[in-house]
Design a protein around this ligand. Sequence first.
Ligand code: ADE
Ligand code: ZN
Length: 462
Amino acid sequence: MRNLLCFFGLILLAVLLHQFLPWYAIVIAGLLFGAFAPLSSAGEAFAYGLLAGAIVWGGYSGILNYQNESILATRIGNMFGGLSAWSMVIITALLGGIYGGLGSLVGFWGRQLFGQGHTELEDFIQGIPKAELHLHIEGSFEPELMFEIAKRNNITLDYDSIESLKKAYKFNNLQEFLDIYYTGAQVLIHEQDFFDLTWAYLTKVHSQNVVHVEVFFDPQTHTDRSVAFDVVINGIHKALEKAKAELGISYKLIMSYLRHLSEEAAFETLESSLPFKDWIDGVGLDSSEMGNPPSKFAKVFKASASHGYKLVAHAGEEGPAEYIWEALDLLKVVRIDHGNRCLDDEALVQRIVEQKIPLTLCPLSNVELKVIQKMEEHPVAEMLEKGILATIHSDDPAYFGGYMNENYYETAKALNLTEDQLMQLAINAFEASWLSPEEKGKHIAQVKDYFHSSKYSQKQVV
Ligand code: ADE
Ligand code: ZN
């Protein structure tokens, strides 16, 4: 629909420009159209440009010919050995079409080249009201901000430039990523650093129409470097409150225990958190999964629940389905982070479906950490099909190449998700959140409104 409006704009522009720039008006109009219309492919760009060029040039030369003024048509006609003026109108239309098509194609490619491209699907995803439930704040640390904070804290990074740091972001598994992730977090020292990190994430997702976030932080990554618990949480909390007041983003905060450390260390963290209990909604379990089963943390999860914390845990990302059973039965979590490996166990799937246990999936993370080999293999569509309350999130967006929109987009594109599946995913995220039933209802109604009133042209989104 939007493309169609742009198309009429293209014709109008070409006609207007034609007053000043005779023959290449259509090329310029095509360039502008290709660069700014929400086209989804080069083929589409060429087709629209071709059609517009043919209409404008054919129209012009037709009118001139009708008025017996077809100077161009006659001139070119003579070059072709005296073809009739009307056949020259057709040839002129074709020529105009080629000019328009090529102009639009170059505009489209130029936009892609400079990373400004927005397809219709991307625009559609942008408009969906979204909830982010699986996000490690330390994983949103963009290299640019990392260098800035390192500089003001007089810390020298192992990389001499942002580019060389980014080049290191190639991982064969979870551990290779965690090694870099923990190193990056070492530049965070002061409350202001934690504030800046969190604020940068919140403004970014605000621009992607994320309206609710449930954010993980890893206190031990900082307290083990002698950065006090209150420094960490004060900075994060201030940014979350500012976003609530100024951007209208609601939030929950989840303190995650590092599973490669001991349960005793997790107990110390729990103790440090208690003065800030009112700011923390739940506890989670993350870091190196293999060899660190949920059972290792059964006691500290029980103690955390006794202090009123809600419980979640990463399970079944790299680890086996058995770890998901443990997270449910021993830790008594209300949500599983990742949970991809549940598909290995039919009885587990049945349990997850029956008890409506949400799985917070992270597609780009799964590709980058080689949990799957390519996006086309992602299990989210299969999970929806089985009735699992699956949701989509970004995990560590600064490291995995995308925030919420990019995760939705890459998944939708690779799996050919339907509009209904996308709506289900967006609704599931609010359903799985820790918002009150009233707040959930309000957001879900807005999601439904968006999908029902949007002018998205196809039922099948890609
Ligand atoms: N910490 C940050 N990202 C993580 C992930 N994907 N899995 C486990 N721990 C993490
Ligand atoms: Zn995670």
